[in-house]
Design a protein around this ligand. Structure first.
Ligand code: ZN
Length: 205
């Protein structure tokens, strides 16, 4: 499975299956594997954290990632409701990299409170209500909500670049077949290359 996201909360994702899914638990469904997180800043070097799947959930794996790669104590709660409404809800607690000692103690206290959250509360209640229920002894400051959207950056031009990098032999092969349809696995868009299009690419290789 791969998910791409930006700081503007624009996401796209794809899951590829190699066999029929069996089992119910995270480990039965996914098997052994790794979580790879690649962060590409607008400026500066790209960096990557790789950790083996940990425990029996995506939640525990992500917590392990933050502990190991970012050294930030993190607690995640993720609940899904795919039976009835096809929805998910989550809560993430994380120590901000300020005032280490106090932050760590506050974090431990907030985890105790957050552990009481139920799937029904997180799925059904407004976020402000959940926060006030959990942390009513604290002063809760709610930042403006950000919209999350599905955005795919694919285009015919990018498919064309891919064909250029695949090389002359591959393009010739497709040309002999009379044309090519390329499908984007993220958004299911389809890009058609006619024999004419392929001939033009072939001539430039
Ligand atoms: Zn796409």
């Amino acid at each position: 499975a791969a998910v791409n996201g930006t700081h503007a909360q624009a996401f796209r994702g794809v899951v590829r299956l190699q066999a029929e899914l069996t089992g119910e638990s995270f480990r039965e469904l996914v098997g052994n594997g790794y979580l790879v997180v690649t962060i590409t800043p607008n400026q500066g070097e790209r960096y990557q954290g790789i950790i083996p799947l940990t425990g029996d959930s995506l939640t525990s794996t992500l917590e392990a990632y933050f502990a190991q790669s970012e050294q930030l104590p993190t607690r995640l709660y993720i609940f899904t409701d795919i039976q009835q409404h096809n929805r998910a809800a989550g809560l993430m607690l994380q120590v901000l990299p300020v005032e280490q000692e106090k932050a760590r103690q506050d974090f431990a206290d907030l985890v105790v409170l957050s552990d009481t959250i139920t799937a029904a509360e997180l799925l059904d209640l407004e976020p402000e209500v959940v926060l006030n229920r959990l942390f009513h002894q604290e002063s809760v400051e709610v930042f403006p909500a950000q919209n999350i959207s599905f955005v795919c950056g694919c285009s015919k031009q990018k498919c064309e670049s891919a064909l250029f990098s695949l090389g002359r032999a591959v393009v010739a092969e497709q040309l002999a077949l009379g044309g090519l349809d390329m499908a984007c696995e993220y958004c299911n868009a389809s890009y058609h290359f006619s024999a004419n299009d392929l001939q033009l690419i072939h001539d430039q290789l």
